[in-house]
Design a binder for this molecule. Structure first.
Ligand SMILES: Cc1ncc(C[n+]2csc(CCOP(=O)(O)OP(=O)(O)O)c2C)c(N)n1
Length: 328
């Protein structure tokens, strides 16, 4: 790992408190989802982003509500940080009619165009062309909307990465490519899959600016994303941000992760993004430990309420299974 320190100014105090609150909500949501999946309350497949909260919060809070966001199979945190409703997310995971897609999409297919979220996606590498399309429409319609594609380092070996970055570059599209480099793609150590493990280095092949960031520091991710968005809105074309981070849980819930060395996992747990933010906020008197504990408790209560609402909601009627699948 070789994270570089951001050259940008740290975000103002209120924003740093907001970043902490966003991370606390994601942590509470993902922790609860992992338990619910283990207990058989949530159907399908679930990929949590515990440990990666700073990337989601830093990017989400640096964007405007109308900016576009395309995400992956590990997208709960991205959606929450972009302002997507907690009840709608939990309803979707429970496959209830109160879900954002009326319970027919599930964890890997959450979408909420009202907040610019054009879709989570189970196809590795598919978020990039979607964001490029959104960025193209924004440019052609003079909308000043930035499009973000989240993807993992595993997706960088897909053709869609190269096609998307190249097209965005030659057309100067307002797209921010955000790679969450959490080292592992499914059960494979990505460092063994390429001679170019630094994803930011790949951007040079397409002539675009790229930065490698400490993805466990929300302040750094926020500042880099805010600067990238400004660049995009100024018409200077796409940029790639590689956020170095680590997923605490398995590829999916239930994966025991025999492929990860214990010392590596423990070292990354010591770099908990919430603890890093908490220590800094308390150290510079931006918040007290008690205030931050209350923020965490509020996030837990919000998620509890969403779970209760989802449990009480109806499941969709069988006939709905084929709605919104085919266009006429
Ligand atoms: C096109 C395609 N190939 C393979 C898969 C199976 N698959 C699902 S997730 C995954 C690994 C993704 O790793 P990465 O992109 O680094 O994201 P992370 O899971 O680390 O967040 C693979 C190979 C898939 N869903 N889609």
């Amino acid at each position: 790992m070789h994270a570089v320190t951001s050259q940008h100014e740290p975000p103002p105090a209120q924003l740093r408190r907001n970043l902490f609150a966003s991370m606390a909500l994601i942590r509470a949501f993902e922790t609860r989802v992992a338990e619910l999946y283990r207990d058989g309350d949530i159907p399908g497949f679930v990929h949590t982003s515990l440990g990666q909260e700073a990337v989601a919060a830093g990017v989400g809070l640096a964007l405007r509500d109308e900016d576009y966001l395309a995400t992956t199979h590990r997208g709960h945190g991205h959606c929450l940080a972009k302002g997507v409703d907690v009840d709608g997310m939990m309803g979707e995971l429970f496959a209830r009619v109160t879900g954002l897609c009326r319970g027919t999409g599930g964890s890997m297919h959450i979408a909420d165009p009202s907040h610019g979220v054009i879709g989570a996606n189970a196809i590795v590498g598919a978020s990039l062309p979607l964001a490029v399309g959104a960025g193209l429409s924004s440019k052609l319609l003079h909308q000043d909307r930035v499009a973000v594609a989240f993807f993992g380092e595993g997706a960088v070996n897909q053709g869609s990465f190269h096609e998307s970055v190249n097209l965005a570059a030659i057309w100067d599209l307002p797209v921010i490519f955000v790679c969450e480099n959490n080292i592992y793609a499914e059960f494979t150590d990505s460092r063994a899959m390429t001679r170019v493990p630094c994803v930011a280095d790949r951007a040079a092949a397409y002539g675009i600016e790229a930065h490698t960031l400490d993805g466990n520091d929300a302040d750094v991710v926020y500042a880099a994303t805010a600067a990238a968005a400004e660049r995009c809105r100024a018409g200077e074309g796409p940029i790639l941000l590689e956020a170095e981070t680590y997923r605490w849980h398995g590829h999916y819930e239930g994966d025991a992760q025999p492929y990860k060395p214990d010392d590596e996992s423990l070292a990354w747990r010591d770099r908990d993004p919430l603890t890093i933010a908490e220590a800094r906020l308390v150290h510079d008197d931006t918040a007290t430990a008690e205030e931050l504990a209350a923020v965490r408790a509020d996030a837990g209560a919000r998620v509890d309420a969403a779970v209760e609402a989802a449990r009480a909601a109806d499941v969709p009627a069988h006939e709905e299974a084929f709605q919104h699948v085919f266009s006429r």
